[in-house]
Design a protein around this ligand. Structure first.
Ligand code: FEO
Length: 388
């Protein structure tokens, strides 16, 4: 396995997870990579590692550059096991390795691995010189765990940003300008929507720090390294973290006998009459992690379920659970659905929207099957409600 030199004496030595399709509930259609970086010098420094099953990839790449037993320091930006899983074997190989991490990083690593390793804890904004190279450590708590930090190398003009600015992409290409940029942005957006979204306020605190750095590269711990489009990905992060939405609707639904689907399409026409873009997202055909990507910049969220056994369909319930966890704020919401006799689905969905503090449009409820007159009425009602 080959390393990639990304700057003089700085190498990508990570692992590529071509087969990954499920990252705790996030559909990773393009797989992923766990990016570890080796800095060769007076002291050899490894920045992050890879998850346990990819240890052999990591070692074989490092071995092309140095004897892996000669790693002196590991900078552990984040405790989560996709970046720390190889630590036990690395330390076993060289028990003198110094692990540089944040105070919460030390706590988390001790709780994960139950080992009394040689920790060097660094404070926020502390600069440490290692082997003639300076490193500045910036704590980024809750982006997206309490232990997260990023590492800046002023000599190399590289920010090792760990999960921030990452994308789940497996590829032999290493830089953002080596794949179609639309794919890279879409995967960065999906990553933000499914991993970083609940922590927008924390991201907003970090972005000015990133802006203040002289950068040639942002080297995240997943996917491609930002080289050509650093300004644009920072601009997009500012937009997502600021919850900037567009006049756009997502209509999410599941259906039993197509009545709820008919309502969904009638609602869609109401938006179309106002020239508002719409995405139709049937839960039978779309993964909830893709729906979150669509929702991140949409002002309107319409959610439909028929009533089944006095409740909502399980697919809709799963979506609501996922939505509540990621909690995009300030949406205009609409509950809709068909029913036979009880009609409880609307109330259940609206209650969840209220918990999210969303503005509610009047719900749409139809008994059994809507006729064309009722569908036209729904289209006209929606069109009127959303006119500005
Ligand atoms: Fe990629 Fe939070 O680990």
């Amino acid at each position: 396995m080959l390393p990639v030199e990304i700057k003089k004496n700085v190498y990508w030595v990570g692992g590529i997870d071509w087969d990954l399709r499920n990252f705790h509930g996030y559909l990773t259609q393009r797989g992923s990579s766990y990016n570890a970086y080796l800095i060769r010098g007076e002291k050899n420094i490894l920045i992050d590692s890879v998850k346990t099953p990819l240890y052999d990839q990591l070692i074989s790449r490092i071995a092309r550059i140095i004897d892996p037993r000669k790693i002196d320091f590991i900078i552990q930006n984040h405790v989560e096991m996709d970046h720390s899983g190889s630590l036990p074997r690395l330390v076993e190989m060289n028990p003198n390795i110094v692990i540089i991490t944040s105070p919460n990083g030390e706590k988390g690593l001790r709780l994960h691995y139950k080992k009394d390793w040689n920790f060097r804890v660094v404070q926020n904004n502390e600069t440490v010189e290692i082997g003639g190279r300076k490193f500045q450590f910036v704590h980024t708590p809750m982006v997206h765990w309490p232990d997260n930090m990023v590492t800046y190398s002023p000599d190399d003009r590289i920010l090792f940003s760990n999960d921030a600015f990452g994308q789940h992409i497996s590829s032999t290409e290493r830089f953002d300008d080596e794949l179609p940029i639309g794919i890279v942005y879409e995967e960065a957006k999906k990553y933000y929507a499914n991993i970083v979204l609940p922590y927008g306020k924390q991201v907003q605190k970090i972005l000015p720090v990133v802006d203040s750095l002289s950068l040639d590269l942002i080297a995240p711990s997943h996917g491609l390294i930002w080289r050509k489009n650093i300004g644009e990905i920072k601009r997009r992060y500012a937009k997502w973290a600021g919850n900037e939405t567009e006049r756009k609707a997502v209509i999410v639904y599941d259906t039993m006998w197509k009545s709820t689907e008919k309502i969904a399409y009638a609602i869609m026409q109401g938006f179309e009459l106002n020239h508002i873009p719409v995405e139709m997202l049937n839960l039978q055909a779309n993964h909830i992690s893709d729906i979150m990507t669509s929702l991140i910049d949409a002002q309107y969220l319409c959610l439909g379920s028929p009533t089944l056994n006095n409740n909502i369909l399980p697919t809709v319930s799963a979506f609501l659970t996922y939505l509540k966890g990621l909690a995009p704020p300030d949406r205009i919401s609409l509950a809709f659905g068909s029913y036979g006799w009880g009609g409880q689905s609307i109330g259940i969905i609206e209650k969840e929207f209220e918990n999210c503090k969303y503005e509610l449009l009047p719900a749409i409820k139809v008994q059994y099957v809507p006729d064309q007159d009722r569908l036209d009425e729904i289209t006209n009602d929606i069109s009127r409600l959303i006119q500005k």
